[in-house]
Design a protein around this ligand. Structure first.
Ligand SMILES: NC(=O)c1ccc[n+]([C@@H]2O[C@H](COP(=O)([O-])OP(=O)(O)OC[C@H]3O[C@@H](n4cnc5c(N)ncnc54)[C@H](O)[C@@H]3O)[C@@H](O)[C@H]2O)c1
Length: 338
């Protein structure tokens, strides 16, 4: 298969591209390699992907509609995985316009090109943040998602709704994946585990938000990639039994259009303090804790109900934090030589 992966220089895009290349697919990677975090980490990921002859790379921005169309014209991807986006809940409070550009305009360019070139499946990143103020645990695709707590979450929810309209109008099969806190080797420097390990190795204190009263459904990146590839291989189909009545139990998982939404998480929330303890054990260090209040836009807990993904593609996440954090720390120490 020829697959366009946007955000290929990013954390999840890199691992996804690698998995596709390793199984023999052709991958066209698209990324603008921006400096939201250290671009040299993105370049290092690309260096690995470039070792595969079936990998080609396009350094462009999703906001540049002409350039995006050029990529679709030149490469004619059969399927598309859209992972390029401005990520980060906290950053969106101070930098809203970047989210409008990448996550709304850029995403619309992807939809338009999928529509006009007859792509047979678009898989795209959404987020657990769409659950916002919802406090029903675990988060189910059946819960309401009408109360986002950050602009980041609002743009990702918008992506889901935009996908629905294209699935409906143009029969474009789309699958949205609501990722729950992804971590692992080659992870993002703006995320908790990376920041914790970096600070601890430098003998600096770590910032612990909401005074440590946080639970996250930390999900190992290989489990996420398994789910992405699994849904990619099974294009969304319309559900002839779908009912437009409000009482229908699947408001987001199925539709009259070829459209699906799935949670993808480990389904086992971990206390932030326990997560820190695993890192401490592996590093043989004790973290100095800088207790902080809750951050604007953040939520205290996330917990994925992944029954739908299990039923439809047999998704079973297998990596607990005791293993995943160790993998991350080993990668970090080797990569940064510390
Ligand atoms: N990592 C997580 O825990 C998590 C959780 C929920 C959702 N997500 C979503 O998953 C996707 C991938 O996240 P990630 O953690 O790999 O982030 P990342 O920042 O490492 O990867 C995103 C990549 O997209 C590129 N990019 C950003 N805007 C672009 C644009 N306008 N044009 C072209 N390239 C652009 C960046 O350079 C980067 O390499 C994102 O959509 C993110 O919102 C991630």
């Amino acid at each position: 298969m020829r697959v366009l992966v946007t955000g290929a220089a990013g954390f999840i895009g890199f691992h996804t591209s690698l998995a596709l290349l390793e199984r023999g697919d052709e991958v066209i990677g698209l990324d603008n390699v921006n400096d939201y975090y250290d671009p040299s980490l993105k370049e290092a990921r690309l260096e690995i992907l470039r070792q595969f002859p079936a990998f080609r790379f396009e350094r462009i921005s999703l906001e540049d509609g002409e350039a995006v169309s050029g990529v679709f014209r030149r490469h004619q991807p059969q399927r598309v995985i859209n992972l390029a986006a401005q990520a980060g809940v906290r950053y969106s409070v101070e930098n809203p316009m970047v989210y409008g550009g990448s996550n709304l305009i850029g995403y619309l360019h992807i939809l338009e090109n999928c529509r006009h070139t007859g792509v047979d499946h678009l898989v795209y990143a959404s987020t657990s943040s769409v659950y916002g103020a919802n406090a029903n645990m675990p988060f189910s695709e059946r819960n309401g998602v009408g109360h986002p707590m950050s602009l980041y979450a609002a743009t990702k929810r918008a992506n889901e709704l935009m996908a629905h309209s294209y699935s409906h109008l143009f029969s474009l099969p789309t699958t949205g994946l609501r990722f729950f806190t992804v971590y692992g080797p080659w992870g993002r420097p703006d995320m908790a585990l990376f920041k914790f390990v970096k600070a601890m190795l430098a003998g600096k204190p770590i910032d612990v938000y909401n005074h440590g009263n946080m639970k996250r459904d930390f999900t190992y990146v290989k489990d996420i990639v398994g789910g992405i590839v699994g849904v990619l291989d099974k294009p969304a189909q319309a559900d002839p039994n779908w009912s437009a009545m409000e009482s229908h139990p699947d408001p987001d998982r199925s539709a009259i259009a070829p459209y699906r939404i799935y949670n993808i998480g480990r389904g086992a929330p971990v206390d932030l303090m326990d997560f820190i303890r695993v890192a401490e054990q592996e590093l043989g260090l004790t973290a100095e804790l800088n207790m902080m209040p809750m951050q604007a836009g953040d939520v205290a807990a996330t917990y994925a109900d992944t029954t739908a993904l299990q039923t439809d593609i047999g998704y079973v996440p297998s990596v607990p934090v005791e293993v995943g954090v160790v993998e991350f720390v080993r990668w970090y120490r080797a990569y940064y030589n510390v």
